[in-house]
Ligand binder design. Structure first.
Ligand code: TXA
Ligand code: MG
Length: 330
């Protein structure tokens, strides 16, 4: 299959492709999505094939607004979903609600709930409006790889597998939406993301955390994720002396290692280095881009230094944890 890159100024061909049941990769404010007509089961099935995605991992439906959500829900909206939508839509917040049974099974992976979000990106919104239906879209990476935050990263994974990629430049947030299951009381954080847990809690009060034990409630969270080709080693502290000592030991085992770390660290490092900046918002924006960039240089390991759970720090930490082959506890 030939893959064409479209300029984001003219999305009409992409709307036509979606109407015809084809896949289109497009920018959102979080990461690039791989979209299909969310009412077309055969089109949605193509998403699983193009990504190599396990069939038991459900998709997020993207809508314009609350009426769009209501059409996908069964019965009244849970009060927590109501409050979250009011506070954060359009934006990087996904609610899981009871599903209208008309939604194709392949989208829900057979569950009786559905994940819905309203993206805050003009291209994503133009596509939903043009199609006149919800767009089903996971992140536009091969399953298990880092989510793409620019069109070149989508191309790296998806060229030859999908017909169209819309190039909207680099995405603003840089990692995926926060997913909250609103069918439980209190609501449950299934995936930390672009809206910090502190903000979610300020709107709904208590939030339960999906534990690592028992049944997996966001099926996607059980797989190794966000993984580049090189092994990833996570140093889970930012105390600079300890980090420098650990890096010096690691560099004996991995003479060609690359490092991703907050701006203050490390001093006097040799080799390839990408800065995560001074704060968690910047780190979220840069993380996947840095991992993909360094991976192309084929280092013998990528060492990531991160500790904070403040604001978007929790989501950054979650993505590093899922990408890591090894965690070094300092
Ligand atoms: O920011 C985002 O959310 C991006 C952009 C494209 O919107 N999308 C995204 O989709 O990250 P994906 O498929 O990579 O991640 C969706 C997550 C998965 O962990 C999946 O298991 C979970 O949401 N999920 C989807 N439907 C669910 C449901 N009914 N119940 C529980 N978890 C669900
Ligand atoms: Mg994904």
């Amino acid at each position: 299959m030939e893959t064409t890159i479209l300029d984001s100024g003219y999305v009409a061909p992409a709307v036509e492709a979606l109407k015809a049941g084809q896949l289109v990769a497009f920018p959102t404010e979080t990461v690039y999505g791989l979209g299909a007509d969310g009412t077309n089961a055969a089109a949605c099935q193509r998403i699983f094939e193009a990504k190599g995605r396990p069939q038991d991992n459900p998709l997020i439906l993207h809508v314009l607004d609350k009426p769009g959500l209501m059409a996908l829900t069964l019965g009244a909206l849970p009060t927590s979903a109501e409050a979250l939508v009011e506070a954060f839509w359009p934006g990087p917040l996904t609610v899981v609600v009871p599903a209208n049974p008309d939604i194709p099974e392949v989208v829900r992976a057979g569950l009786n709930t559905v994940a819905v979000r309203s993206p805050n990106h003009p291209v994503a919104r133009d596509l939903i409006e043009g199609l006149g239906r919800p767009i089903a879209a996971p992140s536009a990476n091969l399953s298990g790889r880092p989510s793409p935050t620019e069109a070149a990263a989508v191309w790296e994974d998806m060229a030859g597998r999908i017909p169209l990629i819309i190039d909207g430049g680099s995405t603003q947030v840089g990692l995926e939406s926060t997913v909250v299951d609103c069918t439980t009381t209190p609501p449950t954080l299934l995936r930390p993301g672009g809206i910090g847990l502190d903000l979610v809690a300020s709107v709904v009060g208590e939030v339960a955390l999906a534990s690592g034990h028992g049944p997996v409630r966001a099926p996607g969270m059980k797989y190794r994720h966000y993984a580049p080709k090189s092994p990833v080693i996570w140093l889970d502290r930012t105390n600079s002396e300890a980090v420098e000592a650990a890096l010096s030991i690691l560099s004996r085992d991995y003479p060609n290692m690359a490092v991703i770390a907050p701006e203050s660290l490390p001093e006097g490092l040799v080799g390839q280095y990408q800065s995560l900046g001074r704060d968690a918002v910047t780190a979220a924006h840069r993380l996947f881009q840095s991992i993909r960039y360094l991976d192309q240089l084929k280092p013998d390991a990528i060492v990531i230094v991160w500790e904070s759970e403040e604001g978007l720090g929790l989501a950054v930490k979650n993505r590093i944890e899922k990408a890591a082959t090894t965690r070094v506890r300092l």
